[in-house]
Design a protein around this ligand. Structure first.
Ligand code: 2AM
Ligand code: CA
Length: 255
């Protein structure tokens, strides 16, 4: 519980920083000013790490900004202070702060905080997923009525685009939302039915994957075999019900 509370508090502290930058920076002006985002990122990550260190001074860290610091303990905090950077600079409020803690390499507590709207998603291993403090589960929606979102594709943009087109006739709606952490959280609370991701960085999804699994969702490799944190940056996450459908759709698109 102390791990979860710290994850939540740290994500909210980071969120206060990025929200302040978001509100004071007119999107048009910050769009071409990379230093604005860098400052927001750095300051938010510092606020997050300060909060965690006040509770757990010997834990390790892996942050998008500060890189990896090994601690003396079995716990490592994986932090993305601003997930959805492109949305942030374009004045689109789909961005969040992602904080997860790994125990021996596996996420055990997680928080994803969306500052605009003050929305918190959290999960603790074996204890379920919470949306603003209320327990939530993945949806029971079938493929025909599904909304599926997609990660950025990293080095496999063309393949991702082909998959994006391929699912057209099998699902109701498709989205690139631009924040993997939030997309996993949206799936967990039943807002969407799936998230297909071909290459991310581990800080983008460390919190989100626990939030999905604790909400009853399923995450596998692209070929449908079991996936766990540390297995790599490409996976299919879903409500479980449409999982086989997504796996077969992805398989039908040649790499
Ligand atoms: P970021 O905002 O922290 O950069 C966008 O679809 C999602 O993918 C976000 O989670 C974003 O994180 C991440 N992302 C953006 N560009 C990326 C890249 N080149 N490689 C991996 N992940 C990326
Ligand atoms: Ca990110």
């Amino acid at each position: 519980m102390q791990l979860l509370n710290t994850a939540i508090r740290a994500a909210q502290k980071g969120g206060e920083v990025v929200a302040r930058y978001y509100e004071t920076g007119v999107a048009r002006e910050v769009k071409d000013d990379k230093s604005f985002v860098t400052r927001a990122d750095k300051e938010a990550e510092e606020a997050i790490i300060t909060e965690i260190k006040s509770q757990f001074p010997d834990h390790g860290f892996l942050g998008e900004e500060s890189g990896k610091t090994m601690g003396a303990s079995e716990y490592t905090w994986v932090i993305d202070p601003l997930d959805g950077t492109s949305n942030f600079v374009n004045g689109i409020p789909i961005f969040g702060v992602s904080v997860a803690v790994l125990q021996q390499g596996s996420p055990v507590a997680a928080a994803v905080y969306q500052p605009v709207g003050n929305t918190l998603y959290s999960a603790e291993k074996g204890k379920g997923t919470y949306w603003n403090g209320k327990p939530v589960r993945v949806s029971n929606g079938d493929a025909q009525h599904a909304m599926i979102s997609f990660g950025p594709g990293k080095k496999e943009k063309e393949r991702l685009n082909r998959i994006f087109s391929r699912v057209e006739s099998y699902v109701k709606t498709k989205r690139y939302l631009g924040s993997a952490a939030l997309e996993l959280a949206f799936l967990a609370r039943g807002g969407t039915e799936g998230f297909i991701c071909l290459g991310l960085n581990s800080w983008d999804y460390a919190a989100g994957v626990l939030i999905v699994e604790e909400a009853g969702g399923l995450i596998t490799h692209l070929d449908g075999t079991p996936w766990k944190f540390g297995d790599g940056d490409s996976f299919i996450a879903s409500n479980g019900k449409i999982h086989d459908k997504l796996v077969s759709l992805v398989a039908s698109v040649k790499g």
